[in-house]
Design a protein around this ligand. Structure first.
Ligand SMILES: NC(=O)c1ccc[n+]([C@@H]2O[C@H](COP(=O)([O-])OP(=O)(O)OC[C@H]3O[C@@H](n4cnc5c(N)ncnc54)[C@H](O)[C@@H]3O)[C@@H](O)[C@H]2O)c1
Ligand SMILES: O=C(O)[C@H](O)[C@@H](O)[C@H](O)[C@H](O)CO
Length: 237
């Protein structure tokens, strides 16, 4: 794939997975616009990107505010002279039980992770349509394929992103726009450390142990559980 000279917008590109993807694309010669909320991170990342010899710019906005997402994406498209690729990566992981998590937090997770992905794709779409080609990568999670304990809002938001991507794919294929859904498992980042899924050491993933415990509990309930392709399906006995 020759990506040299293309332009990509990476939401949540100031740290974590988004920053890693932005750097990889920049090494391929892609001009990068990153978005986020922390100006210090964004500025430092833009300098790193420029150091790789590409154009780089940032925009600050919150993914849950449609008008702000639209204005921020339009500003980056102007800075970069167009957009070819959207990496729809920004998201929050707020982990907790259904019983204890406040409904406000639940709503905020859905708004950021689902509405945010929708707002950003919708804002980028006219630029890709005009070019007659483009790529949108929506970052979901394995959590969206199966759900799990203490992640009801997060998993529901990511399941919806999987479905939303399929609708985008179906609607926009005629405009030659590819829509790709990523469903990563646990990766050491600020989000997974704060969520108690890892301890920051790339070798240590804590969450699968909880998850295995959950599977054992399902089995104890005398339900049949089938594990396939990283997903768990349980059926009533
Ligand atoms: N780390 C993992 O194990 C893992 C696994 C699967 C999927 N993911 C997904 O990968 C993506 C990146 O996560 P990460 O692990 O790098 O976490 P992270 O917390 O380091 O990065 C998240 C980024 O999203 C931005 N963001 C969050 N809420 C925002 C908002 N309201 N407005 C604007 N920007 C906002 C943050 O500023 C940050 O840059 C997320 O969508 C996450 O759900 C992560
Ligand atoms: O941040 C994430 O999205 C999480 O890491 C999930 O992907 C879990 O790791 C998954 O549910 C494994 O059981």
């Amino acid at each position: 794939m020759n990506l040299k000279g293309k332009s990509a917008i990476v939401t949540g590109g100031g740290r974590g997975l988004g920053k890693a993807v932005a750097l990889i694309l920049a090494k391929e010669g892609v001009n990068i616009g990153i978005t986020g909320r922390n100006e210090e991170n964004l500025k430092a990342t833009v300098e790193e990107l420029k150091g790789l010899g590409v154009q780089a710019a940032y925009a600050i906005f919150s993914m849950d505010k449609e008008a702000a997402v639209q204005a921020g994406i339009a500003a980056l498209a102007k800075d970069l002279g167009g957009v070819d690729i959207l990496i729809n990566n920004a998201g929050i992981g707020d982990f907790g039980s259904i019983e204890e998590m406040s409904s406000e937090t639940w709503e905020q997770v859905i708004k950021t992770n689902l509405f945010g992905v929708y707002y950003a794709a919708k804002a980028v779409y006219p630029f890709l349509k005009e070019k007659g080609a483009g790529d949108i990568v929506n970052v979901a999670s394995t959590a969206g394929l199966k759900g799990g304990p203490n992640m009801s809002a997060y998993a529901a938001s990511k399941a919806a992103v999987v479905s939303l991507s399929q609708s985008m794919m179906a609607e926009w294929r005629k405009q030659n726009i590819r829509v790709i859904t990523l469903t990563p498992s646990t990766i050491a980042s600020d989000m997974s450390i704060q969520g108690g899924l890892t301890d920051g050491n790339p070798e240590t993933v804590l969450q699968p142990e909880d998850f295995a415990e959950w599977v054992r509990d399902i089995l104890k309930m005398n339900r049949r559980a089938l594990i396939a392709n990283g997903s768990i399906f349980s059926t009533n006995p």
